[in-house]
Design a binder for this molecule. Structure first.
Ligand code: NAG
Ligand code: NAG
Ligand code: NAG
Ligand code: NAG
Length: 557
Protein backbone atom coordinates (compact mmCIF):
# COMPACT_ATOMS: atom_id res chain seq x y z
CA UNK A 1 0.00 0.00 0.00
CA UNK A 2 2.69 2.43 1.05
CA UNK A 3 4.80 1.29 -1.84
CA UNK A 4 1.98 2.00 -4.23
CA UNK A 5 1.40 5.49 -2.85
CA UNK A 6 5.09 6.17 -2.92
CA UNK A 7 5.39 4.98 -6.48
CA UNK A 8 2.49 7.05 -7.61
CA UNK A 9 4.01 10.17 -6.04
CA UNK A 10 7.27 9.40 -7.76
CA UNK A 11 5.44 8.95 -11.07
CA UNK A 12 3.26 11.99 -10.65
CA UNK A 13 5.91 14.51 -9.84
CA UNK A 14 7.99 14.36 -12.97
CA UNK A 15 4.92 14.20 -15.21
CA UNK A 16 3.29 17.14 -13.57
CA UNK A 17 6.51 18.98 -13.81
CA UNK A 18 7.01 17.95 -17.40
CA UNK A 19 3.79 19.57 -18.60
CA UNK A 20 3.58 22.11 -15.83
CA UNK A 21 4.94 24.67 -18.27
CA UNK A 22 1.97 24.13 -20.60
CA UNK A 23 4.06 23.39 -23.70
CA UNK A 24 1.57 20.75 -24.76
CA UNK A 25 1.58 21.05 -28.54
CA UNK A 26 1.84 17.27 -28.66
CA UNK A 27 -1.79 17.16 -27.54
CA UNK A 28 -3.09 19.59 -30.18
CA UNK A 29 -4.96 17.08 -32.28
CA UNK A 30 -7.01 14.94 -29.90
CA UNK A 31 -6.52 17.34 -26.97
CA UNK A 32 -5.74 14.37 -24.70
CA UNK A 33 -2.93 15.04 -22.23
CA UNK A 34 -0.10 12.51 -22.28
CA UNK A 35 -0.88 11.38 -18.75
CA UNK A 36 -0.95 7.73 -17.74
CA UNK A 37 -4.69 7.67 -17.21
CA UNK A 38 -7.82 7.93 -19.30
CA UNK A 39 -10.09 10.95 -19.31
CA UNK A 40 -13.09 11.33 -17.03
CA UNK A 41 -16.42 10.45 -18.53
CA UNK A 42 -18.53 12.26 -15.96
CA UNK A 43 -19.63 15.79 -16.80
CA UNK A 44 -16.82 18.21 -16.14
CA UNK A 45 -16.93 20.59 -13.16
CA UNK A 46 -15.60 23.21 -15.58
CA UNK A 47 -17.24 25.34 -18.22
CA UNK A 48 -16.17 27.13 -21.36
CA UNK A 49 -18.32 30.22 -21.88
CA UNK A 50 -18.41 32.88 -24.57
CA UNK A 51 -19.73 36.44 -24.50
CA UNK A 52 -21.62 36.24 -27.78
CA UNK A 53 -23.59 33.49 -29.46
CA UNK A 54 -22.85 34.43 -33.06
CA UNK A 55 -19.95 35.92 -34.96
CA UNK A 56 -18.90 37.41 -38.25
CA UNK A 57 -15.52 37.16 -39.88
CA UNK A 58 -13.04 39.33 -37.95
CA UNK A 59 -15.10 39.44 -34.70
CA UNK A 60 -13.45 39.16 -31.31
CA UNK A 61 -15.02 36.87 -28.72
CA UNK A 62 -14.16 36.67 -25.02
CA UNK A 63 -13.77 33.05 -23.90
CA UNK A 64 -13.85 32.21 -20.20
CA UNK A 65 -12.67 28.94 -18.69
CA UNK A 66 -14.18 28.49 -15.28
CA UNK A 67 -14.04 25.97 -12.43
CA UNK A 68 -17.43 25.72 -10.76
CA UNK A 69 -16.39 24.24 -7.45
CA UNK A 70 -12.87 22.96 -8.02
CA UNK A 71 -9.84 24.58 -9.48
CA UNK A 72 -7.92 23.26 -12.48
CA UNK A 73 -4.16 23.14 -12.88
CA UNK A 74 -3.71 22.72 -16.61
CA UNK A 75 -5.78 23.38 -19.73
CA UNK A 76 -5.65 23.45 -23.49
CA UNK A 77 -8.16 25.55 -25.43
CA UNK A 78 -8.89 25.58 -29.16
CA UNK A 79 -11.68 26.86 -31.41
CA UNK A 80 -12.95 24.42 -34.01
CA UNK A 81 -15.58 24.37 -36.69
CA UNK A 82 -18.48 22.20 -35.60
CA UNK A 83 -17.58 18.73 -36.84
CA UNK A 84 -14.07 19.79 -37.79
CA UNK A 85 -10.77 18.74 -36.25
CA UNK A 86 -8.52 21.69 -37.08
CA UNK A 87 -8.19 24.79 -34.92
CA UNK A 88 -9.54 28.00 -36.46
CA UNK A 89 -8.93 31.65 -35.65
CA UNK A 90 -6.31 33.10 -33.37
CA UNK A 91 -6.17 33.81 -29.67
CA UNK A 92 -4.63 36.62 -27.73
CA UNK A 93 -3.98 36.62 -23.99
CA UNK A 94 -3.51 39.23 -21.33
CA UNK A 95 -3.86 36.81 -18.42
CA UNK A 96 -0.50 35.67 -16.98
CA UNK A 97 -2.01 32.23 -16.35
CA UNK A 98 -2.33 31.65 -20.11
CA UNK A 99 0.05 31.40 -23.04
CA UNK A 100 -0.35 31.04 -26.79
CA UNK A 101 0.56 27.90 -28.70
CA UNK A 102 0.84 27.00 -32.35
CA UNK A 103 -1.34 24.01 -33.08
CA UNK A 104 -1.48 22.38 -36.52
CA UNK A 105 1.17 24.84 -37.59
CA UNK A 106 -1.13 27.83 -37.10
CA UNK A 107 0.44 30.37 -34.84
CA UNK A 108 -1.65 31.43 -31.78
CA UNK A 109 -4.36 28.90 -32.57
CA UNK A 110 -4.46 27.43 -29.04
CA UNK A 111 -4.00 28.51 -25.44
CA UNK A 112 -2.59 26.60 -22.47
CA UNK A 113 -1.52 27.17 -18.87
CA UNK A 114 1.79 28.73 -17.93
CA UNK A 115 2.16 26.91 -14.61
CA UNK A 116 0.59 24.03 -12.70
CA UNK A 117 -0.80 26.42 -10.10
CA UNK A 118 -4.51 26.10 -9.28
CA UNK A 119 -6.77 28.43 -11.22
CA UNK A 120 -10.48 29.08 -11.08
CA UNK A 121 -10.96 31.29 -14.07
CA UNK A 122 -9.01 32.20 -17.18
CA UNK A 123 -10.16 34.76 -19.75
CA UNK A 124 -8.75 34.93 -23.27
CA UNK A 125 -9.77 36.62 -26.51
CA UNK A 126 -10.39 34.81 -29.79
CA UNK A 127 -10.42 36.53 -33.14
CA UNK A 128 -12.33 34.96 -36.02
CA UNK A 129 -10.44 34.82 -39.31
CA UNK A 130 -11.74 37.56 -41.61
CA UNK A 131 -12.13 35.04 -44.41
CA UNK A 132 -12.06 31.29 -44.88
CA UNK A 133 -14.49 30.41 -42.08
CA UNK A 134 -17.99 29.63 -43.22
CA UNK A 135 -19.28 27.39 -40.45
CA UNK A 136 -20.44 27.62 -36.86
CA UNK A 137 -17.70 27.06 -34.33
CA UNK A 138 -17.41 25.86 -30.75
CA UNK A 139 -14.61 26.23 -28.25
CA UNK A 140 -13.16 23.05 -26.90
CA UNK A 141 -11.02 22.78 -23.78
CA UNK A 142 -9.25 20.06 -21.92
CA UNK A 143 -9.06 20.65 -18.18
CA UNK A 144 -6.50 18.91 -15.99
CA UNK A 145 -7.37 18.72 -12.31
CA UNK A 146 -4.43 16.51 -11.40
CA UNK A 147 -2.32 13.98 -13.19
CA UNK A 148 -4.94 11.27 -13.32
CA UNK A 149 -8.09 13.39 -13.35
CA UNK A 150 -8.79 15.33 -16.50
CA UNK A 151 -11.65 16.06 -18.87
CA UNK A 152 -11.06 16.19 -22.59
CA UNK A 153 -12.79 18.48 -25.11
CA UNK A 154 -15.27 20.23 -22.86
CA UNK A 155 -17.32 22.23 -25.36
CA UNK A 156 -18.70 25.74 -25.22
CA UNK A 157 -22.09 26.51 -26.73
CA UNK A 158 -22.03 26.63 -30.52
CA UNK A 159 -21.19 30.10 -31.80
CA UNK A 160 -23.14 30.71 -34.99
CA UNK A 161 -21.44 32.08 -38.07
CA UNK A 162 -23.53 34.92 -39.46
CA UNK A 163 -21.44 35.93 -42.43
CA UNK A 164 -18.51 37.99 -43.48
CA UNK A 165 -19.26 41.68 -43.03
CA UNK A 166 -19.64 43.12 -46.50
CA UNK A 167 -17.04 45.84 -46.25
CA UNK A 168 -16.04 45.66 -49.89
CA UNK A 169 -19.54 45.88 -51.38
CA UNK A 170 -21.80 47.79 -48.99
CA UNK A 171 -25.36 46.76 -49.78
CA UNK A 172 -27.33 49.46 -51.52
CA UNK A 173 -29.72 51.34 -49.25
CA UNK A 174 -33.31 50.20 -49.58
CA UNK A 175 -34.46 53.77 -49.97
CA UNK A 176 -32.66 56.96 -50.93
CA UNK A 177 -34.63 58.49 -48.07
CA UNK A 178 -33.07 58.31 -44.64
CA UNK A 179 -34.05 59.23 -41.10
CA UNK A 180 -30.62 60.76 -40.45
CA UNK A 181 -31.80 64.39 -40.43
CA UNK A 182 -35.02 63.76 -38.51
CA UNK A 183 -35.48 66.26 -35.73
CA UNK A 184 -32.60 68.24 -37.12
CA UNK A 185 -33.87 69.65 -40.40
CA UNK A 186 -37.11 67.74 -40.88
CA UNK A 187 -40.25 66.58 -39.12
CA UNK A 188 -40.57 62.80 -39.34
CA UNK A 189 -43.01 60.15 -38.34
CA UNK A 190 -42.59 56.45 -38.90
CA UNK A 191 -43.96 53.04 -38.15
CA UNK A 192 -42.31 51.29 -36.29
CA UNK A 193 -41.20 54.30 -34.27
CA UNK A 194 -37.81 55.79 -35.16
CA UNK A 195 -37.10 53.40 -38.01
CA UNK A 196 -34.81 54.24 -40.89
CA UNK A 197 -36.21 53.63 -44.40
CA UNK A 198 -32.67 53.47 -45.79
CA UNK A 199 -31.92 50.29 -43.87
CA UNK A 200 -35.26 48.69 -43.05
CA UNK A 201 -37.65 47.39 -45.66
CA UNK A 202 -40.50 47.33 -43.13
CA UNK A 203 -40.19 51.01 -42.28
CA UNK A 204 -43.12 53.24 -43.29
CA UNK A 205 -41.88 56.77 -43.15
CA UNK A 206 -42.86 60.38 -43.86
CA UNK A 207 -40.73 63.48 -43.50
CA UNK A 208 -41.59 67.11 -44.14
CA UNK A 209 -39.29 70.10 -44.31
CA UNK A 210 -41.34 73.27 -44.40
CA UNK A 211 -40.32 76.90 -44.87
CA UNK A 212 -42.86 79.34 -43.52
CA UNK A 213 -41.16 82.22 -45.36
CA UNK A 214 -42.12 81.11 -48.86
CA UNK A 215 -44.74 78.38 -48.04
CA UNK A 216 -42.59 75.75 -49.71
CA UNK A 217 -42.34 72.29 -48.30
CA UNK A 218 -40.30 69.25 -49.18
CA UNK A 219 -41.88 65.85 -48.59
CA UNK A 220 -40.35 62.38 -48.42
CA UNK A 221 -42.53 59.26 -48.29
CA UNK A 222 -41.30 55.70 -48.13
CA UNK A 223 -42.78 52.36 -47.18
CA UNK A 224 -43.42 48.77 -48.19
CA UNK A 225 -46.39 48.73 -50.56
CA UNK A 226 -47.50 47.07 -53.76
CA UNK A 227 -49.05 50.14 -55.36
CA UNK A 228 -48.67 53.43 -53.54
CA UNK A 229 -47.52 55.31 -50.46
CA UNK A 230 -49.22 58.53 -49.47
CA UNK A 231 -49.11 61.25 -46.89
CA UNK A 232 -51.85 63.59 -45.74
CA UNK A 233 -51.93 66.87 -43.86
CA UNK A 234 -54.91 66.80 -41.59
CA UNK A 235 -56.58 68.70 -38.79
CA UNK A 236 -57.49 65.45 -37.06
CA UNK A 237 -56.25 61.86 -36.99
CA UNK A 238 -59.03 60.56 -39.18
CA UNK A 239 -59.50 60.47 -42.90
CA UNK A 240 -61.61 63.24 -44.32
CA UNK A 241 -60.76 66.80 -45.25
CA UNK A 242 -57.08 66.08 -45.76
CA UNK A 243 -54.58 67.43 -48.22
CA UNK A 244 -52.97 64.37 -49.73
CA UNK A 245 -49.89 63.56 -51.80
CA UNK A 246 -49.70 60.12 -53.33
CA UNK A 247 -46.69 58.40 -54.86
CA UNK A 248 -48.18 55.71 -57.04
CA UNK A 249 -46.63 53.18 -59.37
CA UNK A 250 -47.89 53.69 -62.89
CA UNK A 251 -46.28 51.44 -65.46
CA UNK A 252 -42.57 51.42 -64.82
CA UNK A 253 -42.37 54.70 -62.96
CA UNK A 254 -43.66 56.42 -59.86
CA UNK A 255 -46.03 59.32 -60.26
CA UNK A 256 -46.79 62.05 -57.70
CA UNK A 257 -50.48 62.85 -57.39
CA UNK A 258 -52.07 65.63 -55.40
CA UNK A 259 -55.48 64.87 -53.92
CA UNK A 260 -58.03 65.92 -51.41
CA UNK A 261 -60.09 63.54 -49.35
CA UNK A 262 -63.61 64.38 -48.34
CA UNK A 263 -64.27 61.45 -46.07
CA UNK A 264 -63.94 57.71 -46.03
CA UNK A 265 -64.24 57.59 -49.80
CA UNK A 266 -61.78 57.62 -52.66
CA UNK A 267 -59.80 60.86 -52.51
CA UNK A 268 -60.45 63.29 -55.30
CA UNK A 269 -57.38 63.74 -57.50
CA UNK A 270 -56.45 67.38 -58.04
CA UNK A 271 -54.13 68.84 -60.59
CA UNK A 272 -50.56 68.35 -59.49
CA UNK A 273 -49.96 72.09 -59.16
CA UNK A 274 -46.54 73.41 -58.24
CA UNK A 275 -44.75 70.16 -57.54
CA UNK A 276 -41.09 69.96 -58.51
CA UNK A 277 -37.91 68.04 -57.74
CA UNK A 278 -39.61 64.64 -57.97
CA UNK A 279 -37.33 61.72 -57.11
CA UNK A 280 -38.50 58.15 -56.72
CA UNK A 281 -37.44 54.52 -56.44
CA UNK A 282 -38.97 51.11 -56.04
CA UNK A 283 -36.62 48.67 -54.35
CA UNK A 284 -37.33 45.42 -52.48
CA UNK A 285 -41.05 46.18 -52.49
CA UNK A 286 -40.43 49.57 -50.92
CA UNK A 287 -41.80 52.62 -52.73
CA UNK A 288 -39.95 55.86 -52.01
CA UNK A 289 -40.47 59.30 -53.38
CA UNK A 290 -39.62 62.85 -52.56
CA UNK A 291 -40.73 66.15 -54.04
CA UNK A 292 -41.03 69.85 -53.31
CA UNK A 293 -44.43 71.52 -53.32
CA UNK A 294 -45.49 75.14 -53.26
CA UNK A 295 -49.18 74.28 -53.29
CA UNK A 296 -51.30 75.68 -50.52
CA UNK A 297 -52.52 72.99 -48.17
CA UNK A 298 -56.17 72.50 -49.02
CA UNK A 299 -57.76 71.59 -45.71
CA UNK A 300 -60.75 73.81 -45.14
CA UNK A 301 -59.97 75.15 -41.71
CA UNK A 302 -56.54 76.47 -42.54
CA UNK A 303 -56.07 79.79 -40.86
CA UNK A 304 -53.30 81.03 -43.07
CA UNK A 305 -51.26 79.67 -45.93
CA UNK A 306 -48.17 80.04 -43.81
CA UNK A 307 -49.56 78.00 -40.92
CA UNK A 308 -48.10 74.50 -41.11
CA UNK A 309 -49.70 72.94 -38.03
CA UNK A 310 -51.12 69.55 -38.95
CA UNK A 311 -51.33 65.91 -38.10
CA UNK A 312 -49.35 63.84 -40.55
CA UNK A 313 -51.14 60.81 -41.92
CA UNK A 314 -49.63 57.89 -43.75
CA UNK A 315 -51.37 55.39 -45.99
CA UNK A 316 -50.15 52.68 -48.33
CA UNK A 317 -51.81 50.02 -50.41
CA UNK A 318 -52.29 48.51 -53.84
CA UNK A 319 -52.92 50.36 -57.10
CA UNK A 320 -53.63 49.55 -60.68
CA UNK A 321 -52.94 51.64 -63.76
CA UNK A 322 -51.90 54.55 -61.56
CA UNK A 323 -55.14 54.73 -59.58
CA UNK A 324 -55.05 53.84 -55.93
CA UNK A 325 -57.11 51.17 -54.18
CA UNK A 326 -58.22 50.95 -50.56
CA UNK A 327 -55.25 51.28 -48.21
CA UNK A 328 -53.97 48.34 -46.23
CA UNK A 329 -51.84 50.28 -43.79
CA UNK A 330 -52.33 53.68 -42.18
CA UNK A 331 -51.02 55.55 -39.20
CA UNK A 332 -50.88 59.11 -37.99
CA UNK A 333 -48.60 61.28 -35.91
CA UNK A 334 -49.58 61.31 -32.26
CA UNK A 335 -49.89 65.08 -32.20
CA UNK A 336 -50.56 68.08 -34.34
CA UNK A 337 -47.27 69.72 -35.11
CA UNK A 338 -45.79 72.79 -36.59
CA UNK A 339 -44.08 71.36 -39.63
CA UNK A 340 -41.49 74.13 -39.60
CA UNK A 341 -40.23 72.81 -36.25
CA UNK A 342 -38.06 69.71 -36.93
CA UNK A 343 -38.73 66.70 -34.69
CA UNK A 344 -39.15 62.92 -34.84
CA UNK A 345 -42.76 62.27 -33.88
CA UNK A 346 -44.29 59.18 -32.38
CA UNK A 347 -47.13 57.47 -34.18
CA UNK A 348 -50.36 56.88 -32.42
CA UNK A 349 -53.51 55.01 -32.70
CA UNK A 350 -56.43 57.35 -32.07
CA UNK A 351 -57.43 57.22 -28.41
CA UNK A 352 -60.68 55.49 -29.33
CA UNK A 353 -58.63 52.53 -30.50
CA UNK A 354 -56.80 52.42 -27.18
CA UNK A 355 -60.06 52.72 -25.28
CA UNK A 356 -61.51 49.89 -27.32
CA UNK A 357 -58.42 47.79 -26.63
CA UNK A 358 -58.49 48.54 -22.92
CA UNK A 359 -62.20 47.75 -22.55
CA UNK A 360 -61.86 44.54 -24.51
CA UNK A 361 -58.94 43.42 -22.37
CA UNK A 362 -60.69 44.28 -19.10
CA UNK A 363 -63.75 42.35 -20.17
CA UNK A 364 -61.77 39.42 -21.54
CA UNK A 365 -59.30 38.99 -18.73
CA UNK A 366 -61.73 39.35 -15.85
CA UNK A 367 -65.26 38.22 -16.51
CA UNK A 368 -64.71 36.42 -19.82
CA UNK A 369 -61.90 34.29 -18.56
CA UNK A 370 -63.42 33.56 -15.15
CA UNK A 371 -66.89 32.88 -16.53
CA UNK A 372 -65.60 30.15 -18.78
CA UNK A 373 -63.56 28.56 -16.05
CA UNK A 374 -66.45 28.54 -13.62
CA UNK A 375 -68.84 27.22 -16.23
CA UNK A 376 -66.56 24.37 -17.13
CA UNK A 377 -65.20 23.25 -13.79
CA UNK A 378 -67.28 24.47 -10.94
CA UNK A 379 -70.41 23.40 -12.79
CA UNK A 380 -69.15 19.85 -13.23
CA UNK A 381 -68.08 19.78 -9.64
CA UNK A 382 -71.46 21.01 -8.45
CA UNK A 383 -73.35 18.44 -10.44
CA UNK A 384 -71.34 15.49 -9.30
CA UNK A 385 -70.63 16.29 -5.74
CA UNK A 386 -72.28 19.49 -4.74
CA UNK A 387 -68.79 20.91 -4.43
CA UNK A 388 -70.09 24.38 -4.62
CA UNK A 389 -73.16 25.97 -3.38
CA UNK A 390 -75.84 27.59 -5.42
CA UNK A 391 -74.29 31.02 -5.08
CA UNK A 392 -71.78 30.15 -7.78
CA UNK A 393 -74.53 29.81 -10.29
CA UNK A 394 -75.64 33.32 -9.70
CA UNK A 395 -72.07 34.39 -10.14
CA UNK A 396 -71.72 32.50 -13.42
CA UNK A 397 -74.81 33.94 -15.00
CA UNK A 398 -73.92 37.35 -13.69
CA UNK A 399 -70.42 37.17 -15.17
CA UNK A 400 -71.59 35.96 -18.55
CA UNK A 401 -74.38 38.44 -18.74
CA UNK A 402 -72.09 41.24 -17.88
CA UNK A 403 -69.52 40.07 -20.33
CA UNK A 404 -71.90 39.98 -23.24
CA UNK A 405 -73.01 43.50 -22.38
CA UNK A 406 -69.49 44.82 -22.24
CA UNK A 407 -68.55 43.08 -25.48
CA UNK A 408 -71.58 44.46 -27.27
CA UNK A 409 -70.96 47.91 -25.90
CA UNK A 410 -67.31 48.02 -26.92
CA UNK A 411 -68.13 46.61 -30.31
CA UNK A 412 -70.63 49.32 -31.14
CA UNK A 413 -68.46 51.91 -29.51
CA UNK A 414 -65.82 50.85 -32.02
CA UNK A 415 -68.26 50.88 -34.93
CA UNK A 416 -69.23 54.45 -34.20
CA UNK A 417 -65.63 55.56 -34.28
CA UNK A 418 -63.32 55.35 -37.21
CA UNK A 419 -62.96 51.78 -38.24
CA UNK A 420 -60.37 52.86 -40.74
CA UNK A 421 -57.76 52.65 -38.01
CA UNK A 422 -58.24 48.90 -37.99
CA UNK A 423 -56.61 46.92 -40.70
CA UNK A 424 -56.09 43.35 -41.64
CA UNK A 425 -57.46 40.38 -39.78
CA UNK A 426 -58.44 42.11 -36.56
CA UNK A 427 -61.87 43.49 -37.48
CA UNK A 428 -62.81 40.25 -39.23
CA UNK A 429 -61.85 38.17 -36.19
CA UNK A 430 -63.62 40.64 -33.92
CA UNK A 431 -66.86 40.38 -35.91
CA UNK A 432 -66.82 36.59 -35.91
CA UNK A 433 -66.18 36.45 -32.16
CA UNK A 434 -69.00 38.93 -31.62
CA UNK A 435 -71.50 36.92 -33.65
CA UNK A 436 -70.51 33.62 -32.01
CA UNK A 437 -70.69 35.22 -28.57
CA UNK A 438 -74.24 36.36 -29.28
CA UNK A 439 -75.23 32.87 -30.43
CA UNK A 440 -74.15 31.45 -27.04
CA UNK A 441 -76.97 32.84 -24.82
CA UNK A 442 -79.55 32.61 -27.63
CA UNK A 443 -78.74 28.93 -28.07
CA UNK A 444 -78.98 28.44 -24.33
CA UNK A 445 -82.42 30.04 -24.26
CA UNK A 446 -83.82 27.65 -26.88
CA UNK A 447 -82.18 24.44 -25.69
CA UNK A 448 -84.30 21.43 -25.04
CA UNK A 449 -85.03 20.21 -21.57
CA UNK A 450 -82.36 18.20 -19.67
CA UNK A 451 -83.52 14.58 -20.32
CA UNK A 452 -84.35 15.16 -24.01
CA UNK A 453 -82.50 12.81 -26.33
CA UNK A 454 -81.35 15.76 -28.46
CA UNK A 455 -79.94 17.60 -25.47
CA UNK A 456 -76.42 16.36 -26.24
CA UNK A 457 -76.48 18.33 -29.52
CA UNK A 458 -76.88 21.50 -27.54
CA UNK A 459 -74.26 20.49 -25.00
CA UNK A 460 -71.66 19.77 -27.66
CA UNK A 461 -72.54 22.78 -29.75
CA UNK A 462 -72.37 25.04 -26.75
CA UNK A 463 -68.99 23.73 -25.65
CA UNK A 464 -67.55 23.78 -29.17
CA UNK A 465 -68.75 27.30 -29.77
CA UNK A 466 -67.17 28.38 -26.48
CA UNK A 467 -63.86 26.86 -27.58
CA UNK A 468 -63.99 28.54 -31.00
CA UNK A 469 -64.80 31.88 -29.36
CA UNK A 470 -61.87 31.41 -27.02
CA UNK A 471 -59.38 30.67 -29.79
CA UNK A 472 -60.60 33.40 -32.16
CA UNK A 473 -60.77 35.96 -29.37
CA UNK A 474 -57.16 35.28 -28.42
CA UNK A 475 -56.19 35.69 -32.09
CA UNK A 476 -58.20 38.92 -32.26
CA UNK A 477 -56.50 40.25 -29.15
CA UNK A 478 -53.06 39.44 -30.54
CA UNK A 479 -53.74 41.19 -33.85
CA UNK A 480 -55.35 44.10 -32.01
CA UNK A 481 -52.36 44.53 -29.72
CA UNK A 482 -50.17 44.45 -32.80
CA UNK A 483 -52.03 47.50 -34.09
CA UNK A 484 -51.62 49.39 -30.84
CA UNK A 485 -48.02 48.41 -30.13
CA UNK A 486 -45.95 48.93 -33.24
CA UNK A 487 -42.61 49.10 -31.48
CA UNK A 488 -40.02 46.59 -32.60
CA UNK A 489 -40.00 44.73 -29.29
CA UNK A 490 -43.71 43.89 -29.53
CA UNK A 491 -43.80 43.55 -25.77
CA UNK A 492 -47.57 43.88 -25.47
CA UNK A 493 -47.94 40.74 -27.52
CA UNK A 494 -45.30 39.03 -25.41
CA UNK A 495 -47.18 39.88 -22.22
CA UNK A 496 -50.36 38.58 -23.83
CA UNK A 497 -48.48 35.37 -24.70
CA UNK A 498 -47.61 35.08 -21.03
CA UNK A 499 -51.24 35.53 -20.10
CA UNK A 500 -52.37 32.79 -22.48
CA UNK A 501 -49.81 30.43 -20.94
CA UNK A 502 -51.01 31.38 -17.48
CA UNK A 503 -54.60 30.71 -18.44
CA UNK A 504 -53.75 27.31 -19.91
CA UNK A 505 -51.87 26.45 -16.71
CA UNK A 506 -54.87 27.40 -14.58
CA UNK A 507 -57.24 25.41 -16.74
CA UNK A 508 -54.95 22.41 -16.44
CA UNK A 509 -54.88 22.77 -12.65
CA UNK A 510 -58.65 22.89 -12.61
CA UNK A 511 -58.85 19.92 -14.91
CA UNK A 512 -56.63 17.95 -12.50
CA UNK A 513 -58.68 19.01 -9.55
CA UNK A 514 -61.83 17.97 -11.36
CA UNK A 515 -60.38 14.56 -12.17
CA UNK A 516 -59.53 14.14 -8.51
CA UNK A 517 -62.97 15.20 -7.56
CA UNK A 518 -64.54 12.63 -9.89
CA UNK A 519 -62.19 9.87 -8.79
CA UNK A 520 -62.88 10.19 -5.10
CA UNK A 521 -66.60 9.82 -5.70
CA UNK A 522 -67.22 10.60 -2.11
CA UNK A 523 -69.45 13.15 -0.55
CA UNK A 524 -67.60 16.41 -0.81
CA UNK A 525 -66.21 17.91 2.26
CA UNK A 526 -65.71 21.61 2.53
CA UNK A 527 -61.96 21.42 1.86
CA UNK A 528 -62.18 20.58 -1.85
CA UNK A 529 -64.58 23.40 -2.13
CA UNK A 530 -61.81 25.48 -0.64
CA UNK A 531 -59.29 24.20 -3.21
CA UNK A 532 -61.49 25.46 -6.01
CA UNK A 533 -62.06 28.80 -4.44
CA UNK A 534 -58.34 29.21 -3.69
CA UNK A 535 -57.45 28.27 -7.28
CA UNK A 536 -60.04 30.72 -8.49
CA UNK A 537 -58.55 33.42 -6.29
CA UNK A 538 -55.01 32.77 -7.56
CA UNK A 539 -56.22 32.72 -11.13
CA UNK A 540 -58.06 35.99 -10.64
CA UNK A 541 -55.06 37.71 -9.06
CA UNK A 542 -52.80 36.49 -11.89
CA UNK A 543 -55.26 37.82 -14.44
CA UNK A 544 -55.32 41.18 -12.71
CA UNK A 545 -51.50 41.35 -12.76
CA UNK A 546 -51.38 40.65 -16.50
CA UNK A 547 -54.24 43.06 -17.10
CA UNK A 548 -52.49 45.88 -15.27
CA UNK A 549 -49.30 45.27 -17.28
CA UNK A 550 -51.22 45.34 -20.57
CA UNK A 551 -53.23 48.42 -19.65
CA UNK A 552 -50.06 50.27 -18.68
CA UNK A 553 -48.55 49.22 -22.01
CA UNK A 554 -51.56 50.51 -23.92
CA UNK A 555 -51.49 53.74 -21.96
CA UNK A 556 -47.83 54.31 -22.73
CA UNK A 557 -47.91 53.38 -26.41
C1 NAG B 1 -17.12 40.15 -26.46
O1 NAG B 1 -15.84 40.55 -26.08
C2 NAG B 1 -15.09 41.18 -27.13
C3 NAG B 1 -13.71 41.49 -26.60
O2 NAG B 1 -13.77 42.25 -25.42
C4 NAG B 1 -15.79 42.44 -27.59
O3 NAG B 1 -15.10 43.03 -28.67
C5 NAG B 1 -17.19 42.07 -28.03
O4 NAG B 1 -17.91 43.24 -28.40
C6 NAG B 1 -17.92 41.35 -26.91
N1 NAG B 1 -19.21 40.96 -27.40
C7 NAG B 1 -20.35 41.25 -26.76
C8 NAG B 1 -21.61 40.77 -27.38
O5 NAG B 1 -20.35 41.89 -25.71
C1 NAG C 1 -37.88 78.64 -49.66
O1 NAG C 1 -37.02 79.10 -48.61
C2 NAG C 1 -35.96 78.21 -48.24
C3 NAG C 1 -35.19 78.82 -47.09
O2 NAG C 1 -35.92 79.76 -46.41
C4 NAG C 1 -35.07 77.95 -49.44
O3 NAG C 1 -34.06 76.98 -49.10
C5 NAG C 1 -35.89 77.40 -50.59
O4 NAG C 1 -35.10 77.23 -51.73
C6 NAG C 1 -37.04 78.36 -50.91
N1 NAG C 1 -37.85 77.76 -51.95
C7 NAG C 1 -38.29 78.46 -53.01
C8 NAG C 1 -39.05 77.68 -54.02
O5 NAG C 1 -38.09 79.63 -53.09
C1 NAG D 1 -51.98 77.66 -36.72
O1 NAG D 1 -53.18 76.91 -36.59
C2 NAG D 1 -53.44 76.36 -35.30
C3 NAG D 1 -54.74 75.61 -35.34
O2 NAG D 1 -54.90 74.97 -36.53
C4 NAG D 1 -53.49 77.50 -34.28
O3 NAG D 1 -53.65 76.94 -32.98
C5 NAG D 1 -52.21 78.29 -34.32
O4 NAG D 1 -52.29 79.42 -33.45
C6 NAG D 1 -51.95 78.80 -35.74
N1 NAG D 1 -50.65 79.46 -35.81
C7 NAG D 1 -50.44 80.60 -36.49
C8 NAG D 1 -49.05 81.13 -36.46
O5 NAG D 1 -51.32 81.13 -37.14
C1 NAG E 1 -50.55 56.17 -66.00
O1 NAG E 1 -49.66 56.37 -67.09
C2 NAG E 1 -50.32 56.44 -68.35
C3 NAG E 1 -49.24 56.53 -69.42
O2 NAG E 1 -48.14 57.24 -69.00
C4 NAG E 1 -51.25 57.65 -68.39
O3 NAG E 1 -51.93 57.70 -69.63
C5 NAG E 1 -52.25 57.49 -67.28
O4 NAG E 1 -53.06 58.63 -67.21
C6 NAG E 1 -51.53 57.33 -65.93
N1 NAG E 1 -52.52 57.05 -64.91
C7 NAG E 1 -52.90 57.97 -64.02
C8 NAG E 1 -53.95 57.55 -63.04
O5 NAG E 1 -52.41 59.08 -63.99
Amino acid sequence: MYVYTFLSIICTLPLALCYGNGKVTGSCGNMIPSHPASSQTSSAPYTVSVNQSSFQGGDTITVTLQGQSTAFRGFLLEAREVGGGQPVGTFSVTDSQAQLLACSGIINSAVSHTSPANKNSVKVLWKAPSSGVSKDIAFSATFVQDKVTFWVQVKSETVKFTGVPSTTTPSLPISFISSAECGNTKVCVSQPSNCNPASSSSCSFISVTAFSTNSTFHVEISGPASGYVATGFSNDQKMGNDDIYICVINGSGVQVQHAHSTGKVMPQILSQGQVSNVQSSVNNGVISCSFTSQNAITTQSRSAASNFTYYLLFASGPASGGSIKFHDNTFSSNQKVDLTNPQFLATSEPSSVKAHGALMLISWMTTGSLGMLIARYLKAATKQHRCCNKDFWFLVSFLFDNDIKILTLTFFFKLMNNISAFQGAHPVLGCIVMILALIQPIGAAFRCAPGNKWRFVFNWGHALNALVIKVLAVAAIFTGLGLIDNTDSRWLQKVMGGFVAWEVLCFLLYELNLRNCLKEKTERTSDSNTTEVVLLGIFFLGNIAFLVALLCGIGMS
